[in-house]
Design a protein around this ligand. Structure first.
Ligand code: ADP
Length: 620
């Protein structure tokens, strides 16, 4: 980990950041480079022409040449100023755009990482930390263009400054100048150079120190920002409206708000700004003036001794002043570079989360007879970081084309079982086999193709109804319609204003349609039917339906499922009575299996207990 503090590491993470940003916005760095060149050169162009004009005015007084210098000066400065202004607008728009575009990098990572990692709280925390770092003061990826711009501008500035001041050192004081001929000694030049280097280093140290205080405030600022995100938008969250009115939930959290002192006038940042941060920052700026001062003294002495004219004085003094600005920018840059490296390390820690899940290459043969046999063999599984087994020693075989119900109390392992079946997680012990081969050996996409699952927490998207069902913008309309009909959405479809093109929800359009929980479930079921996979699994997706509607869907589903293998998960036992086989889960284990009648016969069994507990709610 030692490398983390080196300048090499700082440069390499920033370079990597730049490459990533260039990937999402290829034109950004081109425009920024051109703008930086125009911006950095402009002051030196002005200094150069002013010096030539002054020289003509004060000394040579050649009218012809003077006019030519004036015309060239106006044209060149005008050109650079217009170019800079034009590029500035382009750069600003592209920067705003980049703020949004860089999210693609994070979204892409979220989409592609192993589900098990996506599900981990620590990874969500890491992502949220990156977002907070960026929100409270722009640390992270978006500092990379800033570093690049400042670096480029200051380098161009320093080089231009050197080019315009070389003759200050090389033009000797005439021999007639008496004692002042001492200025011709190389010692003077060395002393001046030493002062410039030392002062720059000192200013750099002050700047690095000043900027490092930002990191020390990070924790408070991040927390303050989180509070702000919560309080600033709490009123906008539709789902909270009722509870806030009923139970004054806002009061529960307002205590935190009162303690939020991150950004106020007496906050951590303000205190730092009044204290060490402000002091070091001021010192950094202040001491660079020593450079300008030394150049002034040296220039004036040489001019006094007759080494050059007033025009050159303007040139040297102007160039030195501009160069001091560049030196200051360069030293400040080291501070930003050093501090931002830590933030970029966090960013890459997230972007580099490896996809550790083994990806096999076997293809699942596309069988028209749908004879896919899946078997669990002594499977045990613990969630990452959990102490207890969510599933323990589970063994079972799916009978092709049959209806299987999985029942059990909340937390008994039903959903976990499905998550393992579709390889969102791999078990720590035992094996899951498809047609006798470990499912890890199959190509994951291929393997997923044999399942249509409706999860409890299914999500539809603010897109047209048809696209939601088909999972793509172009689809077979007749097939989508038939899936919606089978899922019981037929009569509602007729009232949809634009039929299959009706936008769901109002996120993107006024004309969007808000649908009820039950309607959403029917659409989600239609989506599973449209996929037409050999296995259909309903994991309590009917929770928002009343028991009658649920029973209706399940029995109808039996008909729709046809030759598919269907698995139903429900804690409402009455919905699953019709299944060929019922498996009862309890505390992560399979405790009973059989038909409804068989299971009910065992009066000491879990099924009987659950059934009698629920039966009182329903009259048969
Ligand atoms: P069911 O679907 O039967 O209600 P689950 O399969 O969701 O039960 O949960 C089984 C056990 O695993 C429960 O104890 C639950 O708390 C735990 N569990 C479920 N999901 C996670 C998770 N993402 N991380 C840690 N533990 C989990």
């Amino acid at each position: 980990m030692e490398k983390k503090n080196t300048i090499g590491h700082a440069l390499s993470v920033h370079l990597r950041g730049a490459k990533l940003l260039r990937e999402v916005s290829p034109r950004f760095f081109v425009v920024m480079t051109l703008h930086s060149v125009a911006d950095a050169l402009l002051p030196y162009v002005t200094v150069f022409f002013s010096a030539q004009i002054l020289k003509e005015l004060a000394l040579l007084r050649r009218e012809e040449v003077l006019w030519r210098w004036v015309a060239a000066g106006v044209l060149c400065t005008g050109f650079f100023a217009v170019l800079r202004a034009f590029l500035y607008q382009r750069k600003e728009t592209l920067t705003d755009d980049l703020y949004g575009r860089k999210e693609i990098l994070f979204a892409r990572k979220m989409f592609s990482m192993d589900y098990a990692d996506m599900d981990k709280q620590e990874n969500h925390d890491l992502r949220s930390q990156i977002r907070q770092n960026e929100n409270w003061s722009g640390w992270g990826l978006m500092r990379v263009p800033e570093v690049y711009e400042a670096g480029l501008k200051s380098m161009i500035g320093i080089l231009s400054g050197i080019a315009l001041t070389v003759s200050l050192f090389t033009t000797p004081v005439p021999k007639t100048a008496g004692r002042l001929t001492v200025l011709n000694s190389p010692v003077f030049i060395l002393v001046l150079a030493a002062i410039m280097v030392l002062v720059s280093l000192l200013a750099g140290v002050c700047n690095v120190k000043a900027i490092s205080y930002w990191s020390s405030a990070a924790e408070d600022a991040t927390f303050g920002n989180r509070l702000f995100s919560f309080f600033g938008f709490i009123g906008l969250q539709k789902g909270r409206g009722t509870d806030i009115r009923m139970y004054n939930q806002q009061n529960l959290v307002s205590a935190y708000w009162d303690k939020n002192r991150a950004f106020g006038a007496d906050g951590v940042l303000a205190k730092l700004a009044r204290g060490p941060l402000g002091m070091f920052s001021g010192l950094g700026t202040g001491i660079t003036v020593v450079i300008t001062g030394s150049v002034y003294v040296f220039t004036c002495l040489k001019a006094w001794a007759g080494a050059f004219d007033v025009g050159s004085v303007t040139q040297y003094v102007g160039a030195a002043t501009a160069m001091t600005g560049s030196i200051f920018e360069l030293t400040g840059l080291f501070g930003i570079l050093k501090t931002n490296t830590g933030y970029l390390d966090t960013t890459f820690q997230f972007l580099d989360i490896p996809n550790a899940m083994y990806q096999g290459s076997l293809t699942t043969e596309k069988r028209s007879d749908r004879q896919y046999e899946v078997e669990f063999k002594n499977v045990s599984f613990k969630y990452p970081g959990a102490e207890t087994w969510a599933l323990k020693d589970v063994s079972m075989k799916f009978q092709v084309g049959r209806r299987l119900a999985i029942v059990g109390e909340n937390g008994s392992g039903k959903t976990t079982f499905i998550k393992l079946l579709c390889r969102l997680y791999d078990p720590q012990e035992g094996q899951i086999l498809l047609n006798g081969i470990d499912i890890r050996k199959y190509n994951y996409r291929d393997y997923m193709d044999i399942f249509s699952i409706v999860f409890q927490d299914f999500q539809l998207i603010s897109q047209p109804l048809g696209s939601n069902v088909a999972g793509s913008a172009s689809y077979d309309e007749a097939k989508v319609r038939s899936a919606l009909l089978d899922a019981g959405f037929g009569s509602r479809l007729e009232t949809m204003p634009d039929g299959l093109n009706t936008q769901l929800y109002k996120d993107f359009t006024e004309n969007g349609v808000e649908i009820s929980g039950g309607e959403a479930q029917k659409i989600a079921i239609a989506r599973a039917l449209y996929k037409n996979a050999p296995f259909v699994i309903l994991d309590e997706p009917t929770a928002a339906l009343d028991p009658v509607a649920e029973a209706e869907i399940y029995s109808k589903f039996d008909e729709i499922a046809g030759d598919k293998t269907a698995i139903y998960i429900s804690h409402r036992l009455s919905s699953c009575k019709f299944c060929d086989e019922i498996i009862v889960f309890h505390e992560g284990r399979i405790v009973q299996r059989g038909s409804h009648d068989e299971l009910l016969e065992d009066e000491t069994g879990k099924y009987h207990e659950l059934w009698t507990a629920q039966a009182q709610y329903y009259t048969e």
